[in-house]
Ligand binder design. Sequence first.
Ligand code: MLT
Length: 406
Amino acid sequence: MAKINENYLKLPGSYLFQTISKKVAEYSASNPDKKIIKLGIGDVTKPLPDAVIKALHKSVDEMACQETFRGYAPDLGYKFLREAIVETDFIARGCKIEADEIFVSDGAKSDSASIQEIFSEESKIAVCDPVYPVYVDSNVMAGRSGNYKQESQTFEKIIYMPCCEENGFAPEFPDQVPDLIYLCFPNNPTGAVISKDQLQRWVDWARKNSSIIIYDAAYEAYISSSGIAHSIYECDGARECAIELHSFSKNAGFTGLRLGYTVIPKNLKVDGVSLHSLWARRHGTKYNGAPYIIQRAGEAVYTKEGQAQVKDLVSYYMNNASYILSGLKKAGFDVSGGQDAPYIWLKTPDHMTSWDFFDYLLDKVGIVGTPGSGFGPHGEGYFRLTAFGTYENTVEAIDRIVNCLD
Ligand code: MLT
């Protein structure tokens, strides 16, 4: 008789952003005349950069010709893309990463969910609280559960590191030593950043304790302040303890194209076994490579034209972030994030729960955000707004919120 993977039953009924879209769809169905503005999921709204569009057209045409047609892509990604990545994202920043340490994939979300597969089921993981739900859900699916309650479930192999106002939304070293540490900076959901020195301390701590850091750098393009690392490999010793995840979604607007990459240094070992080899083995078995045309689009991001256009996109969204931050601050909200990150983290007014505030905003002003408690218990009483909307919608949304609470 077939048996299900019972770990799935330990998860909340649906993924956070599915729950939100279901609620919004139901609300819209019963309020069809209301204009809803969505600043919930971190999905981009601006069209792809021109350099990317040109590369897509060109590569689509290549696929129509006998001489230039391509079948399966190399498992780990085309050399042209891996070399472009290494040059701009690492060598230019003084990081020693080589092209064959890059694994091209269909995005940071799937890599962040799958990377745990190469570690023992017994591994203890540490995550920030609040946290991007994928890190926790994927580990629970794999059977790592334990001493932590989420919707009345207990997850004992998951160590939560509270990120709250008192510690500037930066995690502190946990009392128990984890095997894997998930860090994401600029942070989703709080929009907080940590300095390069703080990150160096995490690298030193991980090396001392033989832990592996899984560093999600999906939002690095949003860093404008000095003293913040764009890559964990800017820190000394990170090649010996860290895996890094990157996305093309947030900088170049690839949410609908799907492209990302993971870096695993060749010398990164656990018990003498190379993690690079394990991930290559896993990639070879479970993945047939990101599509040629999408990898060409990714390559275009690294051209001079592409880099300038990506910079413009990031500035566009950061202008939204400034509008949200200043509008909400003026209206008396307690807000953070939004300076080196496209997310704004605010305290709900009048001690409302995160979900009560979600319902309140949706009903009163037709604005969708993300309830902080959906990211973990320390997110309760908080709410996340994204800067990825259009400028016009962002202005209208903030004006509606401010006027409604006047
Ligand atoms: C978010 O809203 O947190 C992001 O869109 C999640 C993602 O990138 O998968």
